[in-house]
Design a protein around this ligand. Structure first.
Ligand code: GAL
Length: 697
């Protein structure tokens, strides 16, 4: 690793990861704050004090109020009642619990839905959502937005200057609403008018409407695309998804602006679901930072071994951390399950220790707070079977409750020995890798997979899993970020691109960056059209390759790719490359009528390198082998952790997590001191050690 990379990396910790932003809202010395949701409106007022006192005694440092309480906050139109909430806030303060205040917009009161039924979400099949659940109001409805804004402003006026409130959560798990409400249709037309500068010809060109007589004479003729209709225009669907994401972000921005008029020392965030197809995370520009919700055990076995369904997918939290943290360096987890949930396919008990394992997984990524949904198990309502920190009697700690209490105590011990957040070993920092991600690529490829076995996330996981086996810090980044801060950048199946982006990739490489591009990248323009050029030609100068053609195979008759004497199976996507003379061929197809032709190439360009991987394999073993070779060439020191074991560093601590089904022995660096656990880590176990950061593992 060259010296300048180390300098750049250290610099990047400060700027890309926005540590400055973090300092504003959270005290680094706290490491993480831990909190629990409480819904005063669900319980007899006489129990509030007992519950909040107990929450405090268990070590929680904040609580979370008024998430779904619009009906109690505004019982009649324009008549607000915050007196009950005032009492709850007062009690929380009495027991040293700060409060996250919420805007309740996911649950409009019945008077609103009855008086203004036009605000209700309409599904594509015409069904209109109704009162009696939640998330039934259309974010595209100006009337709903006006009513929500009025209530939020009243709430912000009341609590904006209150030092007992640390911050705000907007709505609940705001998502892209695929809403067919009339207002959404009108909004879509306006969005398109703006995007295409009122020029219907430009839209016709962008959507390729000459095809099948789809041509529009005016924006007024455009409707929301019917996803269920076979062969619906893919360019139109892409713009519709962009519009739907824009509506949600716009609503969040509006809420945030309203609150910020009154709240000067309180942060504003929302609790996104961090799945990578959501397309909205990071889109709201007004939020102070992003937080997310995570559920790990709900039935499907995404874990390791027979009981993996009780522990969960080993990389699920890691990937969420790596996805949201780079947005501005600060993040929190708003919901982490305390035990069984109610909505899964099976809802099993987590393995003893698993709840604590998840808490440490969130911590390992560099988070500032962790909150659990929820303190008490509800006695009635849709989520009756959902565990809390305490059970149905309101007082008995659940197993997960015990694990939370243990985690909180452990964090308090660590606080005494914590170094600054970015105190991490050099060898670890040298492995820092960016993954360039834009959900629009997923939207586009998902509509035109070309092979039913194509799965964008499966493709991504091959690379992510390899990086985590290396013990590499990973940042998912958007195009807005400065690429030059990362020694290696992986760009997986980045279908939609333009010459400006390709130019930035080129510059990145010329200046010393190591770029890994994978199949399907740069094959379409931003409207989802093929450029009028040889297939894939946008990348030719960068990769030094031409794509002769691509092939797609049957799921049960895989093809072979050979690399350094080993064969790997593939089915989903294979590009047959024609490399330039300066390219090294790292892997070739081994059968079919293109036997011996290149699938993977590597070249040096300027001060950097370009690796092009034109094939997607079944099990990711080839992808791992390619990255092994690349990181070795670049002299980046990597680990070889078994699947299920992860290692991260923060605040001078190394955190090793065991999601596997067998004990794992971790070889501690010489200069380290065990803080929590032992080097022999059982399933669902955690090891935390303090490292002087001198040796390189
Ligand atoms: C989340 C949601 C919470 C609660 C929870 C139950 O997705 O944000 O409000 O419903 O699920 O597990």
């Amino acid at each position: 690793m060259k010296k300048q990379w180390i300098a750049l990396l250290l610099g990047s910790v400060l700027s890309v990861n926005g540590i400055c932003a973090q300092k504003q809202w959270f005290d680094e010395k706290d490491l993480t704050l831990t909190g629990a949701y409480y819904y005063p409106e669900h319980w007899d007022e006489s129990q509030w004090e007992r519950d909040l006192k107990r929450m405090h005694e268990l070590g929680f440092e904040f609580t979370h109020f008024a998430e779904f309480a619009w009906a109690q906050l505004e019982p009649e139109e324009g008549i607000y009642d915050f007196s009950w909430l005032d009492k709850a806030v007062e009690l929380a303060a009495k027991y040293d619990l700060k409060v996250i205040m919420c805007t309740s917009t996911a649950t409009p009161p019945v008077w609103l839905s009855r008086k203004y039924p036009e605000i209700l979400v309409r599904n594509e099949d015409g069904t209109i959502l109704d009162h009696g659940a939640r998330q039934h109001a259309s974010f595209a409805s100006p009337l709903y937005r006006k009513l929500a804004a009025r209530m939020i402003e009243a709430l912000a006026q009341h609590y904006g200057d209150d030092p007992r409130i640390i911050g705000w959560q907007l709505d609940n798990e705001p998502n892209v609403q695929f809403d067919y409400n009339k207002q959404a249709e009108l909004g879509f037309r306006d969005f398109l008018r703006q995007k295409y500068h009122d020029d219907i010809t430009a839209l016709n060109r962008a959507w390729g409407t000459a095809f099948w007589s789809e041509v529009y004479a005016s924006f007024d003729e455009i409707t929301l695309p019917k996803m269920a209709q076979m062969f619906m225009n893919a360019h139109q669907i892409l713009d519709y998804k962009r519009y739907a994401a824009h509506v949600t972000n716009d609503f969040l921005d509006e809420q945030c602006r309203l609150i910020k008029q009154y709240a000067h020392d309180q942060w504003v965030t929302t609790n996104y679901i961090p799945d990578y197809d959501r397309g909205i995370i990071g889109g709201s520009r007004q939020l102070d930072f992003v937080s997310y919700t995570r559920y790990m055990v709900y039935g499907d076995n995404e874990g390791i071994g027979r009981r993996g369904y009780r522990v969960g997918n080993p990389l699920r939290i890691a990937m969420a951390n790596d996805y949201v943290r780079p947005i501005n360096g600060t993040y929190g987890v708003m919901e982490l399950q305390p035990g069984q949930v109610n909505w899964g396919s099976i809802n099993p008990q987590p393995l003893p220790g698993a709840v604590r394992l998840w808490l440490w997984s969130v911590f390992a990524g560099g988070s500032d707070f962790i909150c659990t949904y929820r303190y008490r198990q509800p006695l009635y309502g849709t989520e009756q079977y959902h565990y809390g920190i305490v059970g149905t009697d309101g007082v008995t700690l659940t197993p997960g409750g015990h694990e939370y209490a243990q985690f909180i105590q452990e964090i308090k011990t660590l606080r005494k020995e914590a170094a600054p957040l970015d105190h991490k070993p050099e060898a670890y920092l040298k492995r820092t890798t960016a993954v360039l991600w834009n959900p629009e690529n997923y939207w586009s490829m998902d509509r035109q997979k070309q092979n039913r076995t194509w799965d964008t996330f499966h493709h991504l996981n091959h690379y992510y899993r390899a990086l985590k086996a290396y013990g590499a810090p990973v940042d998912f980044i958007s195009e807005e970020k400065d690429f030059t801060q990362y020694p290696v950048m992986i760009v997986p199946a980045y279908e939609l691109a333009d010459t400006a982006l390709v130019g930035r990739w080129m510059k990145y490489v010329e200046q010393g960056g190591n770029l890994v591009l994978t199949c399907r990248t740069g094959q379409k323009d931003r409207f989802g059209r093929f450029p009028e050029a040889p297939f894939g030609a946008m990348l030719d100068k960068l990769t030094g390759n031409r794509i002769d053609f691509y092939d797609l195979l049957l799921p049960d008759i895989p093809g072979k790719v050979s690399m350094d004497g080993t064969d790997y199976l593939w089915n989903t996507w294979g590009e047959i490359l024609v490399p330039g003379k300066e390219n090294e061929v790292w892997a070739t197809y081994k059968d079919e009528f293109y036997d011996g032709r290149p699938a993977v190439t590597f070249r040096r360009l300027g001060k950097g390198t370009v690796t092009y991987i034109g094939v997607d394999t079944r099990d990711g073993k080839l992808e791992r082998r390619i990255l092994d070779k690349l990181y070795a060439r670049l002299q980046i020191p990597v680990l070889d952790l078994p699947y299920g074991i992860t290692l991260e560093y923060r605040n001078g601590f190394g955190i090793v997590l065991n999601y596997s089904d067998r004990p794992y022995h971790f070889n501690l660096p010489d200069d380290s001191k065990v803080m929590i656990g032992t080097p022999d880590i059982p399933t669902a176990g955690v090891l935390v050690f303090k490292s002087q950061m001198k040796s390189s593992e």
